[in-house]
Design a protein around this ligand. Structure first.
Ligand code: MN
Length: 241
C-alpha cells in the first residue's frame, strides 16, 4: 500500500512537472543546426531593406505600416504572451511543434511574428532565380516552373479571408504548395499542411489593400517580381539535407 501511494505521488509529481514545464514535441530533425533553429524569439529584426525598396510592386507606405505597426504588434504581443511561461526559454520551432497546447495568443502572435520575419527575407529588389537543384525539384513536383507559379498563385488567390500561401518541403522531401489561415504556418502542429517552409506570401488585406484594394490577384502576380530566390535556394539546400 505504501509503495502504491508513493508511486501515486511520483505520478502526480511528473504530471505537475509536465504542466509547469510544458511538454514539447520535436521539431524537424534536419533543422537542428539551421538558421530557423537560431531564430531569436526575443529580437524584433530590422527590415532588410528600405520601405520603398520593393516599389512599384509593393509600395513604401504599405511596407512601413506592415512592418512597423502590424509586425511589431505581433512581436510585442508574443513577448507579452510568453513572459513568465516555459515558452520564454524555448525555440520558435519547439513552440510551433506544440502550439496546439500554447493557446491562441502564442499561436496567433508567434505565427505573426515569425511569418513576417520569414516574409521580409523572402522578398528582395534583386529577385534572382531558382538554383539548378531547386529548379529540378520544382519540375519534378509540378511539371514546370510555370505550373509551380500557377499552383502557388492559386493557393494565394483562393485562400478565403486572411492567411498565407506557402511552398514547403514535406517530411518525405517533396515540394508542395498550399495555404494556411490567419497566422498559422506549416511548422505548426495545428496546420493541415506540414513541412519546412521555403517561400511565403502574406495574403492578409493589410499586405496589399492601400495599393491594390480588393484586387488580390494583381498583388499576387506582382509578388513574383520581388521574390528573393537566393534566400529560397538557401532554405531549400538547408531543408533537403
Ligand atoms: Mn502581414
Amino acid at each position: 500500500m505504501e509503495h502504491k501511494s508513493t508511486m501515486r505521488k511520483i505520478g502526480a509529481g511528473i504530471i505537475a512537472l509536465l504542466i509547469v514545464t510544458g511538454s514539447f514535441a520535436t521539431p524537424p530533425e534536419n533543422l537542428k543546426n539551421s538558421a530557423m533553429e537560431k531564430f531569436d524569439i526575443h529580437v524584433f529584426p530590422a527590415l532588410p531593406y528600405a520601405y520603398d525598396a520593393l516599389e512599384p510592386y509593393i509600395d513604401a507606405r504599405t511596407m512601413e505600416i506592415h512592418y512597423d505597426k502590424h509586425h511589431r504588434a505581433y512581436f510585442n504581443n508574443f513577448i507579452a504572451a510568453i513572459k513568465d511561461t516555459p515558452y520564454d526559454s524555448k525555440t520558435i520551432l519547439q513552440i510551433f511543434a506544440s502550439v496546439s497546447e500554447a493557446g491562441d495568443a502564442i499561436r496567433n502572435n508567434g505565427g505573426g511574428f515569425y511569418n513576417h520575419v520569414f516574409f521580409w527575407n523572402n522578398l528582395s529588389p534583386k529577385s534572382g532565380k531558382p538554383s539548378a537543384e531547386l529548379t529540378e525539384a520544382i519540375n519534378k513536383a509540378f511539371g514546370s516552373f510555370d505550373k509551380f507559379k500557377e499552383a502557388f498563385s492559386n493557393s494565394a488567390k483562393t485562400r478565403f479571408g486572411s492567411g498565407w500561401a506557402w511552398l514547403y518541403l514535406t517530411s518525405d522531401k517533396k515540394l508542395a504548395v498550399g495555404s494556411t489561415p490567419n497566422q498559422d504556418n506549416p511548422l505548426m502542429d495545428v496546420s493541415t499542411i506540414k513541412g519546412i517552409p521555403l517561400l511565403a506570401l502574406d495574403v492578409w488585406e493589410h499586405a496589399y489593400y492601400l495599393k491594390y484594394q480588393n484586387r488580390r490577384p494583381e498583388y499576387v502576380d506582382a509578388f513574383w517580381n520581388v521574390v528573393n530566390w537566393d534566400e529560397v535556394n538557401r532554405r531549400y539546400a538547408e531543408a533537403i539535407k
